[in-house]
Design a protein around this ligand. Structure first.
Ligand code: AMP
Ligand code: MG
Length: 493
């Protein structure tokens, strides 16, 4: 028993209750992380530890590292690799946790249930040709961006820790290996449903629907048609999520169906990045040759993924397939309208508008077209609109902008609220700081290649309060210079 080897491990406060592990066997493989050679703690998220009711202070760094590497499993953990499938860039594939292990579900002090997952924890039956491992850079990247997303107020998985493994992983070159501890409401994905639906076992599918409802949407427990209700709520959650991504200029980069959660959390930070210059066609991922997952396509892809989700649920929606299809289509077809409505609501907030007026959409799209034409910075342009001396800035001199500005001012008078309310709305909607890609790359380079973690700690610190004007953030607000510009991001698998 582990706690006999390191008694302090029992003082951390883990409260495991592993409900997923009790689901049918075909949905997972029970196995433990493959131990690593010389685990070393790189970063531990103290704030998140506290939220989770975990206290690592009784353990020395070595033991903390052993635990987050998966070499020492806490008592109560039942580790599993989950099976799932997914449409990757439109093509259906059988997948599964090829380099991740859920060590269990932890109950927080307020009884919230979260998955604790190690990513980069060694080979599993789902690894295919992969080595089951992860490199330090991409794991720190997930840590930085997921935590930034959380602080931006966007639903996301969290990052609790990163440890170096003391081993090297072979990618284009040899890189230091690492394990990330990911905390998620669950790891149930559209791909999980695709996997179960593929098996043709409707009983297990029903069990998965009920499980998902109990875990994420308990208020739907007594509904007449659970599958249909689940479809609807997931559709709404995804609409909300994508609108939030659009708000801050986030581009996920790999919106495959295995990377879309049922909980509505953003998951799997691979080649994701934040847009600097406003261009709706922006793509960063080196493997997204056709721009399938470009900034502007994200809502269309979300809807495409939801259709795939709906397909898995058909046998449970209605006995008659044609009726099931009709009912599911009605829901997924409403996505565009719901998304559009929420997107407009969000954009209104970005420019400080209360109420709804007919001219709002044109006002918003005119601004966006101007931004695109003038290649302005997405984040900074909205922040500039909050400033009193906006028109003194050379960028806003042209007549196209001035015309827009006048219309905007007229529209603001229709708010029938003090100007300060409008400014506050804008301040709370438009982040002053995002994890700009060139900054992320800079700190990852220092961490991975030079072993210097200070730049990363500094970046994480400024990302803590993205809506607050503070002198520390200024150096991080500038868009990249041409030489700093990062055009491509890599999955780093
Ligand atoms: P992702 O693109 O990160 O969503 O991963 C897609 C699939 O590839 C998932 O099933 C992963 O578990 C698997 N995978 C990614 N990298 C590796 C790796 N290094 N070894 C084994 N499986 C991997
Ligand atoms: Mg994935």
């Amino acid at each position: 028993m582990i706690s006999e080897i390191v008694p302090e491990i029992s003082k951390i406060g883990w409260r495991f209750d592993n409900s997923y592990a009790r689901l049918p066997k075909m949905m997972m493989t029970r196995l433990e992380p493959v131990p690593v050679q010389i685990p070393k703690l790189v970063i531990l998220n103290h704030e998140l530890s506290k939220e989770l009711g975990l206290d690592f202070s009784a353990l020395n760094d070595e033991h903390v590292a052993l635990m987050f590497a998966g070499n020492l499993l806490p008592q109560g953990s039942e580790s599993i690799a989950q099976a799932y499938a997914g449409h990757q860039f439109g093509h259906f594939t059988m997948l599964g946790d090829g380099r991740a292990i859920v060590i269990g579900e932890h109950l927080t002090p307020d009884n919230k249930r979260v998955d604790i997952q190690f990513k980069g924890s060694g080979r599993t039956p789902y690894s295919r040709e992969g080595d089951g491992r992860a490199a330090l850079g991409p794991m720190l990247r997930e840590y930085i961006i997921s935590e930034a997303m959380h602080k931006l107020g966007i639903s996301t998985t969290r990052s609790l820790a990163v440890v170096k493994t003391g081993e090297y992983v072979m990618r284009e070159k040899s890189l230091p290996g690492a394990v990330l501890t990911r905390v998620a409401a669950s790891h149930i994905r559209v791909g999980t449903f695709q996997y179960v639906a593929m098996s043709g076992d409707v009983k297990i599918l029903r069990e998965l629907v009920n499980y998902s409802i109990n875990r994420h949407y308990p208020n739907l427990q007594d509904t007449k048609n659970p599958a249909l209700a689940l479809l609807k709520v997931v559709m709404e959650k995804q609409a909300e999520l994508i609108v939030n991504w659009m708000r801050v200029g986030f581009i996920h980069g790999v919106m495959n169906t295995d990377n879309m959660t049922i909980s509505g959390e953003t998951i799997d930070y691979g080649p994701c990045a934040f847009m600097d210059t406003y261009n709706p066609e922006t793509v960063f991922s080196s493997i997204d040759y056709q721009g399938r997952y470009a900034y502007i396509n994200q809502s269309i892809i979300a809807q495409w993924n939801l259709f795939r989700f709906a397909e898995t649920l058909l046998p449970l929606i209605h006995d008659k397939k044609n009726i099931a299809i009709k009912l599911a289509e009605e829901i997924i077809n409403s996505f565009s309208e719901i998304y559009k409505k929420r997107w407009l609501e969000m954009m209104r907030k970005k420019i400080g508008l209360f109420r709804e007026e007919n001219e709002d959409e044109t006002l918003i799209t005119t601004l966006l077209s101007w931004m695109q034409k003038n290649k302005t910075d997405y984040t900074n342009t909205f922040c500039s609109l909050i400033k009193k001396d906006l028109l003194k800035d050379k960028l806003f001199e042209g007549t196209t902008f001035l015309n827009w500005y006048k219309q905007w001012q007229t529209r603001i008078t229709k708010n029938k609220k003090p100007l300060e309310s409008s400014l506050n709305l804008m301040r709370n909607t438009n982040p002053l700081i995002i994890p700009r890609n060139h900054k992320v790359e800079e700190v990852l380079h220092a961490a991975s290649n030079k072993g210097d973690l200070m730049p990363m700690y500094n970046l994480l610190e400024v990302l803590q309060k993205p809506y607050e004007e503070r002198s520390e953030i200024i150096a991080y607000q500038y868009p990249p210079t041409p030489s700093e510009q990062v055009y491509q991001t890599f999955c780093g698998t």
